[in-house]
Design a protein. Structure first.
Length: 170
């Protein structure tokens, strides 16, 4: 028994429509997955031996208590890694940490966070966004700020920051 031409065309059309529907479902599912990763800012680790060595060098410095490091990419821009360092340091070790931060030849810009422990038991938090120059820009002079907080607010935990409008905030 032979199949007529209209039946063959109908069968091919049905298979083509089914293939298009499956492709649309696959593309839609992929879009939802990447969109979901983008919304919740899922981090995908992107290790780097150079960055790990730099973090280890900082951790070995006198006065440094802890170094938390992370290097990742986010969806959908998987190609641009973000590096982040959070360093807990005593006031005595602060100048050396700032010096090594500015002399870093790390390939990627680094988001910096410092928690400075002062002699009067104050904690001063400062943060700097990534810069292309390598030297973190805290937008304030960190050492005199830490010294002032130590003198004026012993035992307190304070974040020092400069807002977008140039106002100093504690």
């Amino acid at each position: 028994m032979t199949t007529s031409a209209p039946t063959r065309v109908s069968r091919l059309r049905t298979l083509g429509i089914a293939a298009l529907v499956l492709a649309a479902i696959g593309l839609g599912g992929g879009f939802v997955l990447v969109f979901g990763w983008s919304i919740d800012e899922t981090h995908f680790d992107r290790p780097s031996a150079e960055f790990d060595a730099f973090a280890a060098e900082i951790a070995a410095m006198p006065g440094v208590g802890a170094v938390e490091k992370e290097r990742w990419v986010e969806a959908p821009a998987f190609w641009s890694p973000v590096s982040s360092l959070r360093v807990t340091v005593e006031r005595s070790g602060l100048p050396a940490v700032l010096e090594i931060a500015c002399s870093s030849r790390n390939a990627d810009p680094i988001d910096w966070g410092l928690v400075v422990q002062t002699p009067a038991r104050a904690q001063v938090w400062v943060f700097a966004d990534r810069t292309e120059s390598g030297c973190p820009d805290f937008r304030l002079d960190v050492v005199p700020t830490v010294d002032a907080v130590d003198r004026l607010a012993p035992g307190r935990s304070i974040q020092a920051a400069v807002w977008e409008n140039g106002r100093l905030s504690f």
